[in-house]
Design a protein around this ligand. Structure first.
Ligand code: 5MM
Length: 339
């Protein structure tokens, strides 16, 4: 199979009607934070147990087409000795891998960050592919404040996202390109619109410069929302209108799918906002989800580190996946939360 055919096969499996992606790629500090909230210690065994539990949720593949894993998960097995990437494949879910190495302060740009991890990436991808991964993910973050993000941060992060995407495609791995304008702060909805437009515009410039095939990427952006500390609370319709406006201005129609991150929104809001977008007129790309917290929060709360709660954990994850599956068609309603 040629690399182009391989990439297209993976895209076809990742982008399916009524489905989205589960982000389960929390790095060690992040999963420790999530476990701490439910009073569970972040040991390798607890991480293995929890992740094999959620990945074996019956019929998860009805609403989830891909799952982003953390490196450690690629080498772990469930209690029956099945490798976790293989468990995903058995569910009809494509396994992917987070490949960025996290973020650091960007020198000479106070308050801005840059994501690292390009060194040796091609070789790492070769290994991940042998372990079952078919797509990758790289996240860059942008803070909104009076002085950030600076132009240098916007350009530097776009450049690394594009270099990452080009390396992935050269290895037959589909890149998920994740520019996240953070929700932290008291900025307005229009601040988020202004910054996101500049960020996405620069990302696609860089992807073009690096000859990345847009048909073979997935974009994972933030939605347009006011800052968490802002007094203004946007309605789902406002979020949808502003998000679609920015995406139409910046994302070429060749991109097959836009899978939003949830970025600290409540599970209900993340679903309602996606639903509102899919109730608008037809767009050139699929509009779906790649949520981490908004899919897993209820499951983690149900689990509490206790195997007696396994059924409820899987049921909580399945319910959110199903509701987001409905939002893919614009057919979600608040009353479905209580059914
Ligand atoms: C699941 O969290 C992912 C890894 O984050 P860290 O590197 O900070 O541990 C993260 O990239 C995630 O995929 C996205 O932020 C989307 O997740 P949310 O929770 O925002 O939907």
């Amino acid at each position: 199979m040629t690399i182009q055919n391989e990439l297209q096969t993976t895209i076809n499996a990742m982008v399916q009607k009524g489905k989205g992606i589960l982000a389960a790629d929390e790095s060690s500090p992040t999963i420790a934070k999530r476990f701490k909230a439910i009073d569970v210690e972040s040991t390798e065994e607890n991480r293995r147990y929890y992740r094999s539990l959620i990945l074996s949720t019956p019929n998860l593949g009805d609403f989830i087409s891909g799952v982003i894993l953390f490196e450690e998960t690629l080498t772990q097995q469930n209690d029956d000795g099945i490798m976790l990437p293989e468990l995903c494949t058995q569910q009809g879910i494509v396994p992917g891998i987070k490949v960025d190495a996290g973020k650091l302060a960007l020198p000479n740009a106070p308050g801005d960050e840059i994501t690292e991890g390009l060194d040796g990436l091609a070789l790492r991808l070769e290994k991940y592919k042998k372990q079952g991964a078919r797509f990758a993910k790289w996240r860059c973050v942008y803070h909104i404040s009076d002085t950030t993000p600076s132009q240098v941060a916007i350009e530097a992060n776009a450049e690394v996202l594009a270099r990452y995407a080009a390396i992935c495609q050269s290895q037959g791995i589909v890149p998920i390109v994740e520019p996240e304008v953070l929700i932290d702060g008291n900025h307005s909805l229009s601040d988020c619109v202004e910054v996101s437009e500049a960020v996405f515009h620069e990302v696609f410039h860089a992807l073009h410069r690096h000859n990345v095939v847009l048909e073979h990427i997935v974009l994972k952006p933030n939605m347009m929302v006011p800052g968490k500390e802002s007094a203004h609370k946007a309605t789902p319709e406002e979020v949808a209108i502003q998000t679609i406006k920015v995406l139409r201005r910046t994302v070429p129609a060749a991109v097959p799918s836009i899978n939003f991150l949830s970025g600290g929104l409540t599970p209900e809001k993340a679903t309602a906002y996606l639903n509102a977008m899919n109730q608008m007129s037809q767009q050139p790309w699929e509009l779906t989800f790649s949520y981490g917290r908004a899919l897993q929060e209820p499951a983690l709360k149900a689990w509490q580190g206790n195997s007696a709660n396994s059924h409820n954990t899987q049921a909580a994850l399945f319910k959110r996946a199903e509701l987001n599956g409905a939002a893919r068609y614009g057919k979600y309603s608040e009353k479905m939360e209580h059914e």
